[in-house]
Design a protein around this ligand. Sequence first.
Ligand code: ZN
Ligand code: ZN
Length: 259
Amino acid sequence: MNGYADLLQATQNPWVLFGFLSGFLSVAVFLRYVLIAGGFYVLIWKWTPGFARKIEKATPPPETLRYEFAWSALSSLIFGVFGSAGFILWEKGFTRVYLDWNQYGALYPWFSLALLMFLHDAYFYWVHRLMHVPKIFRRIHRVHHESKNPSPWAAFSFHWAEAILEAAILPALILIVPVHPAILVIFLTTMTFLGVINHLGYEIYPRWFFRMPGNRFLISASNHHLHHSRVRYNYGLYFTWWDYWFGTHDSQDSAKLKS
Ligand SMILES: [Zn+2]
Ligand SMILES: [Zn+2]
């Protein structure tokens, strides 16, 4: 990366560069969160189109939304720092990031996207189970569960220690999975989209969508809402299979929104 080398020369000090990169990426992550969470907030909460089915009658008070926003802003900062660490690992040649789209075949980038989502979901499920160990829950994960009836702003509403654990997966993934930068951007944007949809407070996927074979393995707002209201079930991020495999899946309350 010539640009990076030029920047390093301009700043001289690698820590200054690390700080600069972290700041830049944190702002980018935060703006992406504001744009996606804010977009859904206006579209679904303010305009409420006919297809959106509200999961709970009650609406959370503005203080809860501000609380979710504040923790999400801190998480964005932490995600940016880890993004910057990933970038430096790449620049130092430690990662499997590659630039030639066809290096592993034209279809490989899409396979790598599916693989990243599978691995991230597995990591999230087990970290999330760990977060529910009572001592850890009380100290850390309680922040996320302050939102018993979440809003789109809750997507990144994590205690800083949980945000660090969640962010650590990104540099780890690019150390082991060959990935094109464009796929990384698509992956991280999809993560933000689905994180917001999971906390939407409204079910927006059509009923027929849940009747299609295989789609019971996809997490939607009603699935994750149940995690916030009943706590002991539905720990996944994108897929429900870990919940099925380990007996933590429950679709009881949300069934009416899906059928
Ligand atoms: Zn939880
Ligand atoms: Zn949640």
